[in-house]
Write a protein that binds this ligand. Structure first.
Ligand SMILES: Cc1ncc(COP(=O)(O)O)c(C=O)c1O
Length: 436
C-alpha cells in the first residue's frame, strides 16, 4: 500500500522546516515518471509541463540515461570521487559542453546546483576585477545560497536580516509592466540605460559584475528584447565589470535556437552559469568562463566535494547526447511556436490572459484581473493550476505575485501533447472563471 498524502503531509509538517511549501490545495504525490508523464501513488498520469522546476530536458527516465546509469552500477564504476583524483566522466562532459559555448568561453567547473554555480561566478568576477559590487535586476532569482540570495529580486524569497552587502539592483526589463511606463516600440531601452545610472549612482564607479537571466525564470518568464542584452553588456564592460549570464533555466537548448541562449542572442558574456536541465534531474550545475577570468584563480583552492561527481557528469553527458541525437532544440523551437500560437488564440477567449511570452519551450502566461489596470490575478492563477492538475496537466507558477503560469516541459514534447495542454488550459480557464 502506498503511503497516503495525509500521512506524508503530517510528516512534512512535523519534520521539515516551515518554509517547505507545496503546490496545490490538494497536493500531488509523485512516485513514478516516464517521458512527458509523471504518476501519482494511484498510478494516475499527469502531463508534466514544469519538470520539477524546469529540470527535465530529455524526458523523464529516458531509456539511454537508464541504460548508462545501470551499466555504470553493473561495472562497479566509482560512485564518488573528487577532482583530487582523475576520472574521465568530468573531462568528457567539460569537453562536450565547451563545444556548445560561445567561442570566448573555454573553462568550466562543476557544482551541485545553480546557486553554487552563481557563487563561483561572483567570486571569479570579484577576484579578477578586484571590485566587489554585483549589479542584479529586480525580479531576478539566482539561488538560495548567501551571495545568490543577496541578488534575489523578490521579497517572497528573501528572509529577515539576509545580508545584501555589495549588491545593487537595476530596473527590470519587463516590457509588459515597464517600470518607466514606456512601450517596447518607442522606449529607447531605458531599462538597459538604467544599468548605467545604477552604477553611476550607487557604486564608486566600477563594478565586479552584472548578472542577468536571458529569460527571467522565477520572475515569470519575463522575456526582454535581444537588444537589451547587447546594450547591457556594453555598459557593464565600460564600467570594468564582467557579464554573468545566468542560464540555469534557459540553458540546454530550452529556448529553441542554440544550446546556450546567450550564444543565440549574441550576448557578450564573460561567464555563463547553468544547472537544472543540464543533468535531466541529476543535481549538477556548471560555471563556464573565459581563461581571462579563470587565470587569476591560480594559487588558491576552490573545492566542491560533489561537484564533478562521476554519475552526475555521466548523466549530464548522455542528456547532451540525447538533445543532439533527437534534435530536441529544433523540437523545442517548433513546439514552442505551436504552443505560443495556441495560447495567443486562447487569449482571445479568456480575459484573464494579460500576456503570453517566452522563447522556445519556456512560456509564461501572465494572468490579470483587468486588462487595463493589470491587477495581479494571484488566486485565479492558483485556481487554474488546481483545475488543470485535476484534469491531468501540471503547470508551474511564477512572478512576483504568483500570477504567471509557467510552461517548461521536456524538450521532446509532441504536437499531440501540446494539443492536450491547450485543451486542458482552455477548459480550466472556463471552469475557474465560474468560481470568481
Ligand atoms: C535563474 C536561476 N538561477 C539560479 C537558480 C538556483 O539554482 P538551484 O536551485 O539549483 O540552486 C535558480 C533556481 O530556480 C534559477 O532559476
Amino acid at each position: 500500500m502506498p503511503e497516503s498524502n495525509e500521512s506524508i503531509l503530517g510528516k512534512r509538517k512535523k519534520h521539515l522546516i516551515a518554509s517547505a511549501v507545496h503546490y496545490y490545495k490538494t497536493p500531488v504525490q509523485l512516485v513514478k515518471a516516464k517521458g512527458q508523464y509523471v504518476y501519482d501513488q494511484e498510478d494516475r498520469a499527469y502531463l508534466d509541463c514544469i519538470g520539477g522546476i524546469v529540470c527535465i530536458s530529455a524526458g523523464h527516465n529516458h531509456p539511454k540515461i537508464k541504460e548508462k546509469l545501470l551499466s555504470m552500477l553493473e561495472k562497479n564504476e566509482i560512485q564518488h570521487t573528487t577532482l583530487l583524483f582523475l576520472n574521465h566522466h568530468v573531462t568528457d562532459l567539460a569537453e562536450e559542453l565547451l563545444k556548445e559555448a560561445p567561442n570566448s568561453i573555454d573553462r568550466i567547473f562543476f557544482t551541485n546546483s545553480g546557486s553554487e554555480a552563481n557563487e563561483l561566478a561572483f567570486m571569479a568576477a570579484r577576484n579578477a576585477t578586484g571590485e566587489t559590487v554585483i549589479v542584479n535586476l529586480r525580479h531576478s532569482y539566482h539561488g538560495g545560497t548567501a551571495a545568490a540570495l543577496s541578488s534575489c529580486g523578490h521579497h517572497t524569497w528573501r528572509f529577515k536580516a539576509q545580508p545584501t552587502a555589495a549588491v545593487t539592483s537595476a530596473m527590470e526589463p519587463y516590457c509588459y509592466r515597464c517600470p518607466f511606463g514606456k512601450k517596447p516600440d518607442s522606449c529607447a531601452l531605458e531599462c538597459a540605460k538604467n544599468i548605467e545610472t545604477t552604477i553611476q549612482t550607487s557604486t564608486h564607479g566600477k563594478i565586479a559584475a552584472f548578472i542577468a537571466e536571458p529569460v527571467m525564470g522565477v520572475g515569470g518568464f519575463i522575456t526582454p528584447p535581444t537588444e537589451y542584452f547587447h546594450e547591457a553588456a556594453k555598459i557593464v564592460h565600460n564600467y570594468g565589470g564582467k557579464y554573468i549570464s545566468d542560464e540555469v533555466q534557459t540553458g540546454v537548448g530550452r529556448c529553441g535556437g542554440a544550446y546556450f541562449l546567450s550564444k543565440e542572442l549574441g550576448i557578450d558574456a564573460d561567464i555563463i552559469t547553468m544547472a537544472k536541465g543540464l543533468g535531466n534531474g541529476a543535481p549538477i550545475g556548471a560555471t563556464l568562463m573565459t581563461t581571462e577570468l579563470s587565470n587569476p584563480l591560480t594559487g588558491k583552492l576552490f573545492f566542491n566535494t560533489f561537484g564533478g561527481d562521476p554519475f552526475q557528469t555521466a548523466q549530464a553527458k548522455v542528456t547532451l547526447e540525447i538533445i543532439r541525437e533527437e534534435k530536441l532544440i529544433a523540437n523545442a523551437k517548433a513546439m514552442g511556436s505551436y504552443l505560443m500560437e495556441g495560447l495567443k488564440n486562447l487569449q482571445k477567449n479568456h480575459s484573464w490572459i494579460g500576456e503570453v511570452r517566452g522563447r522556445g519551450l519556456m512560456i509564461g502566461i501572465e494572468l490579470v484581473k483587468n486588462l487595463e489596470t493589470k491587477e495581479y490575478a494571484t488566486a485565479e492563477t492558483a485556481e487554474v493550476m488546481e483545475i488543470a492538475k485535476n484534469k491531468g496537466v501540471l503547470f508551474g507558477k511564477g512572478g512576483l505575485f504568483g500570477n504567471v503560469l509557467r510552461i517548461a516541459p521536456a524538450l521532446s514534447i509532441t504536437r499531440g501533447q501540446c494539443d492536450e495542454v491547450l485543451k486542458v488550459l482552455d477548459e480550466s480557464f472556463f471552469e475557474a472563471k465560474l468560481k470568481f
